[in-house]
Design a protein around this ligand. Structure first.
Ligand SMILES: *Cc1c(COP(=O)(O)O)cnc(C)c1O
Length: 460
């Protein structure tokens, strides 16, 4: 692929140079052994400064640009009507076409407000795949969250270009079955985080819109990774290559009646969120709830400097050289792991690579946590922190998730290619000695969300 600069050089580079550095600390194998034992083999229990490469999440872990940091200094901290608020409002209006914009402290705060207004007993909310906080907020309201992902999206080796798509026929069946009255809104998560960061096609969003129109149902986007999704549309969907990412983003939002956004992802900031709405009555009621628990309408639980950084982040995230580098660097990690014989969820998603831990550790059955064994092995061997998404996270009460995965989430603009090469080499080495990865058992666990605090024992 040619670079934006028009040169013939094929290498895709980080489209930035480094102005401020944050040292990362090398630890010895012996230190890591002590640290991981002291943390009872749970990576959420270790101190971040004891991690060399932190791939736990891409949420709020990105690096801000020099212009965003300049915005932090410019931040207007007035309680009402701050200049920084109007900068954010302008930036988001231009990007999405939405006029009604509510600032929140993060994505789940937008979800809480939305479902307090639209959820409730007896209601059903369909999505391609609900993210866990979305599902939790829907269920907290008394409603039911239903996933309607296409079949290809559930198969780890299927190479479908838009594995995040909703099964439109299944949506029509659901509406026929439960009745329009039970469905307050239809959602689409772009990209589909729970399904491996896989994109949704423009054609699919349009098709879901048509069904919503037929039944007069509102369509909402969970738009945390709207820019990554738009870049996939540009690069994979027939007829989209000549449009700008901005145009595609504008069309995606134009098809929706509302959106919840965590700015900790494609907002390129460390904290912040948005709720976008069109319906005037809904806006009025959402404004009330916003003031009740988040803050006044022009800051929503954020400092003026946060608003300023978000305004600039939403501008930078649609730069195509940034998105090309972003999507390519995730793909690069995925391709190299596949070449090293490590099975991943294919094709690589936008923000993370998911390793199939069950095939990585054939000697460890699900009830002995192959994903946790791999996560512990990666830290022990190379100081890398990854996240188990398998039987530890979802396996309560004898239930088993369909897959045992380990997620390597890539923070935005933080690590260089040599960091990623280090990760690839380290995983290859752990893979070569994978029989040495030890099965685990749970020594102690809380009643819910056990992955955050559980303690483990290694079984030799
Ligand atoms: C992160 C995320 C959320 C929740 O956002 P927070 O800012 O973490 O509250 C909701 N949906 C998706 C798809 C996400 O990735």
């Amino acid at each position: 692929m040619e670079t934006e600069a028009g040169a013939n050089v094929k290498t895709i580079i980080e489209p930035f140079r480094i102005k401020v550095v944050e040292p990362i600390r090398m630890t010895s194998r012996q230190e890591r052994e002590t640290i991981i034992r002291r943390a009872d083999f749970n990576l959420f229990r270790i101190h971040a400064e004891d991690v060399l490469i932190d791939l736990l999440t891409d949420s709020g872990t990105g690096a801000m640009s020099s212009l965003q940091w300049a915005g932090v200094m410019k931040g207007d901290e007035s309680y009402a009507g701050a200049k920084s608020w109007f900068a954010l409002e302008r930036s988001v209006r231009e990007l999405t076409g939405f006029e009604q914009i509510l600032p929140t402290h993060q994505g789940r705060a937008s979800e809480r407000i939305l479902f307090e207004l639209m959820g409730g007993e007896g209601k059903i909310v369909p999505n391609n795949s609900h993210f866990d906080t979305t599902r939790a907020n829907i269920e907290h309201s008394g409603a039911k969250a239903v996933d309607l992902l296409i079949e290809e999206g559930k198969r780890p080796t299927s190479r479908h270009p838009f594995k995040g798509n909703m099964d439109v026929a299944a949506l029509e069946r659901l509406i026929a079955e439960v009745g329009v009255g039970a469905i307050p809104l239809v959602m689409l998560t772009v990209t589909n985080n729970s399904g491996g960061g896989q994109p949704v096609s423009l054609e699919n969003i349009r098709a879901v819109r048509r069904v919503c129109d037929q039944h007069k149902l509102p369509l909402f986007l969970d738009a945390c990774r709207f820019a990554e999704n738009a870049y996939f549309i540009k690069s994979r969907e027939p007829g989209q290559a000549d449009r700008t990412v901005r145009e595609i983003v504008r069309e995606m939002f134009g098809l929706a009646d509302g959106a919840t956004i965590s700015a900790k992802k494609d907002g390129l900031v460390n904290i912040g969120g948005l709720l976008l709405l069109r319906n005037a009555e809904l806006v009025r009621r959402a404004d009330e709830l916003l003031i009740l628990t988040e803050g006044f309408l022009t800051y929503g639980g954020l400092a003026g400097r946060d608003l300023e950084a978000m305004a600039q982040g939403f501008e930078e995230v649609v730069h195509e050289d940034y998105l090309q580098y972003r999507i390519r660097s995730t793909e690069y990690l995925g391709e190299k792991l596949l070449a090293a014989g490590v099975q991943i969820v294919e094709p690589p998603g936008g923000h993370a690579i998911y390793i199939d831990a069950a095939s990585f550790c054939p000697h460890i059955p699900p009830e002995r946590f192959p994903g946790q064994a791999l996560v512990v092995g990666l830290y022990r061997h190379a100081g890398i922190r990854a996240c188990e998404i398998g039987s530890v996270m979802f396996g309560k009460g004898g239930q088993r998730p369909p897959m045992e995965l380990v997620r390597l989430a890539i923070p935005r603009r933080v690590y260089t290619q040599s960091h990623i090469d280090y990760v690839i080499e380290a995983i290859g080495e752990v893979h070569a000695q994978r029989r040495a990865l030890a099965p685990l058992e749970i020594a102690e666990e809380p009643p819910s969300l056990r992955h955050f605090t559980a303690r483990f024992r290694e079984l030799a």
